[in-house]
Design a protein around this ligand. Structure first.
Ligand code: 6R9
Length: 715
């Protein structure tokens, strides 16, 4: 097989080396991957890829940059627009300005004169074909193996229309209203998202791991009158009572003067109760009954291409999480196009993303991208290692998954899983045996997202999971970008460098700039920016357009600032080097240090706190908090627990720091800025920290702080 694969022709346009040495600093988990990086990466065989060779990619890419309007107008033809205006060549397509203040209200628009409906494009146009109507949209796989359900496009259409009518007629939701969804990965979640889109309401999905306080903050920011929640969810062997958390959040919102009018509860699985009051729940109505009593036909609301589709809150480097807003038409075209090309999705393939719809990956590559391509996918409610570390591979075998999309933290955890017990035939098992016992011959593309993937994990994904037969696509993108921006495409003959996001997707013009905003040419390392808009560029920060301009366009006017650093190698390929701001990436979850610090100081005993990230074998980064206590307060283990509990309450369990170090004081400059550089080094190296490694410490108000932090390390 290998000989066949490596005999595939390589395109001559770019000088790809199949033995590329790795000089990136992406290896977070061990010192070994450098040698692993010289591993040869054979070409991948795909039956009929959309991009058969590098020349095709280059031609398409160049056109997308030199003539974006005609490029995207052509792609837009495969979607349904109301009263399709045809192909008027003077129709505005992609308009933008990346300079603050230059555009009143919006910086980007896409086909602004058109109307469409994304729900129509994701469902209705498929059910018009009776054969396609009976095709499977979701294979739902419950937390416990054996609890399964199948939803066809026809059934999805029915549920979405009925739920859209429940929202519109029973709950009085109007076009432009925000509906908050606090649900796990059950089909009711994409149904609720699509039902909102159908009637022009804006959905705001809140990840089911957020706490009541965090949920309340999002309800308040968007003034949502309706919350949809699932009673409870099973995650591995635990049950999380989402409804109780939501009730609590609604009470918090009420205390701040905002009443949620309706809370809709889907039971686990599949029951609905509607209550006219947010706080008291007088009556349960079965999901089936509520939907059955709703009119089964709900015509779509044709909205302007620029009509907001959803708001999704994400951590920023300062202040509260930002409500990133995406607009209907551009998001639709970009999510669908990236899904098709990056995963090389073909009819009858089964796609499987492990991402939760509470994050952008679940929006773009569970709900929208796949359905807009009429794709069949697995919707998995549980966690990747329950009941055993073989679960994902069992799902791959069961549904004959062709494309798997997951996060490096999952790959690292499964790679490092405890081996299965020895048997007579296999007396020395390894963690790879969990994988090997399942048939993975259906797999063609393996995707990674959310954080840098270290080459060791990449090679395990490629060698063990994909048996060197699959393309690994390391997709770099953000909540703000709506879809993939830098990623290899599964092009036959393209050797993909382990841990490298490689090249831009169509329509994306990446660049590196230095601290002064000057563009760097050739091989270089700097701030990653994007020079032009693409259809799904974020449109605004909800009710705070100023914050959008400050965050993305102020530091480097004329560019979209990503907040990430990157290196471009001699082949022109991009290697992500991590965030350049105060955002941490814990198990692929984006967390602002400021957010965690604000939660810590809410504790009565805490005077001040600073949070940094430390490298972690599985999570990528772990949270390390330095806490100064109020004078007279004794540091105890009990206190540590109660401080952690405070973060769980404010944000959610995933943001609770792994380590809390008592710090009599924090290292500050004379202007009062915390020197996080020092805190990061001490958190990582402890007493082994070399003074020289700390850089210039002359601006510290009290240099003695360093000794104090070194002496309290680990205590
Ligand atoms: C899609 C998503 C965005 C931040 C982003 C970057 C990091 C995502 C990555 C990656 C290296 C990749 N990130 N994918 N870093 N390689 N393939 O995760 O969105 O939650 O908004 O996070 O995640 O730092 O800026 P979001």
């Amino acid at each position: 097989m290998l000989a066949f694969l490596s005999s595939l022709p390589l395109s001559s346009k770019l000088s790809h080396s199949a033995f590329t040495p790795c000089s990136s600093n992406r290896s977070m988990t061990s010192a070994k991957p450098r040698s692993a990086c010289t591993h040869p990466v054979p070409a991948v065989a795909l039956a009929s890829p959309y991009v058969p060779d590098l020349d095709t990619y280059t031609t398409l890419y160049e056109r997308s940059i030199t003539d974006p309007d005609s490029f995207w107008r052509d792609i837009a033809k495969s979607f349904v627009w109301k009263d399709n205006p045809g192909n008027e060549s003077n129709e505005p397509v992609l308009n933008y300005s990346f300079t603050p203040g230059s555009a009143p209200g919006v910086n980007v628009s896409f086909l602004p004169n058109r109307k469409t409906n994304i729900c129509y494009n994701a469902i209705d146009r498929w059910v018009e074909d009776p054969v396609k109507a009976d095709a499977v949209a979701f294979y739902c796989e419950g937390n416990d193996p054996g609890r399964t359900r199948v939803v066809t496009f026809h059934e999805l259409h029915d549920m979405v229309q009925r739920f859209a009518n429940v929202l519109k007629n029973q709950l009085n939701v109007k076009k432009g209203d925000v509906v908050v969804l606090y649900m796990p990965m059950v089909p009711e979640l994409p149904v609720a998202m699509l039902a909102c889109a159908r009637i022009g309401a804006i959905h705001s999905v809140v990840f089911g791991g957020y706490s009541a306080e965090a949920l309340a903050g999002r309800i308040l920011d968007s003034k949502a009158a309706v919350v949809v929640v699932t009673e409870s969810v099973a995650r591995a062997s635990k049950t999380v009572k989402l409804k109780e958390i939501s009730d609590h959040a609604i009470r918090i919102a009420a205390k701040s003067g905002h009443d949620v009018t309706y809370q809709i509860v889907t039971k686990t699985p599949g029951k609905l109760k509607v209550s006219p009051s947010a706080i008291e729940i007088p009556q349960d109505i079965e999901w089936d009954v509520a939907l059955a009593s709703a009119d089964p036909v709900c015509p779509v609301e044709w909205v302007d291409s620029e009509h907001p589709l959803f708001v999704l809150y994400t951590s920023g480097s300062t202040g509260k999480p930002k409500g990133v807003v995406h607009a209907t038409g551009g998001y639709m075209v970009y999510a669908a196009t990236t899904f098709k090309y990056v995963f090389d999705y073909h009819e009858n393939d089964v796609f499987f993303s492990t991402s939760d719809c509470g994050w952008i990956t679940g929006h773009s590559y569970v709900t929208y991208g796949p359905l807009l391509n009429g794709a069949t996918q697995v919707l998995y409610e549980g966690v990747p290692n329950y009941p055993t570390p073989a679960r994902l591979w069992e799902i791959v075998e069961k549904y004959k998954v062709a494309q798997l999309y997951t996060a490096p933290t999952v790959i690292r955890a499964l790679k490092g899983a405890k081996a299965p017990p020895p048997t007579e035939t296999n007396p020395n098992p390894s963690s790879a045996d969990w994988v090997n016992k399942c048939d993975r011959s259906s797999l063609r593309v393996l995707g990674s997202v959310g954080e840098p993937i270290n080459p060791e994990a990449w090679l395990w994904y490629y060698d063990v999971v994909g048996e060197q037969k699959c393309a690994v696509v390391d997709t770099w993108w953000q909540t703000e970008t709506g879809g993939h921006c830098l990623t290899p495409l599964p092009i036959p003959g393209l050797p993909i460098k382990p841990g490298c996001a490689m090249m831009p997707f169509f329509g994306i013009e990446p660049a590196l700039v230095n601290g002064e905003g000057q563009e760097l040419k050739g091989p270089a390392e700097g701030f990653l920016v994007i020079k032009n808009a693409w259809p799904s560029t974020l449109r605004t920060v909800y009710r705070n357009h100023k914050r959008m301009e400050e965050t993305y366009f102020e530091r480097f006017p004329g560019f979209y600032m990503t907040g990430d650093g990157a290196r471009r190698d001699a082949d022109g390929h991009y290697w992500l080097t991590g965030r350049v701001d105060d955002i941490l990436n814990v198990s692929g979850h984006r967390i602002g240090t400021a957010e965690v610090e604000s939660a810590l100081v809410l504790h009565d005993a805490v005077a001040e706190a600073a949070v940094v990230g430390v490298p972690h074998d599985v999570k990528g980064e772990a949270l390390y908090a330095y806490v100064s206590l109020m004078s007279g307060v004794e540091p105890t283990e009990e206190l540590r627990k109660s401080i952690r509990a405070c973060v769980r309450t404010e944000i959610g369990p995933f943001a609770s720091p792994d380590t809390i170090q008592w710090a009599g004081a924090l290292p500050k400059t004379r202007s009062g800025k915390i020197m996080r550089r020092i805190l990061r080094k001490i958190a990582k190296n402890g007493p082994k920290t070399q003074r020289d490694d700390l850089g210039d410490t002359s601006t510290l108000t009290d240099p003695g702080v360093i000794d104090m932090l070194l002496s309290t390390y680990g205590k």
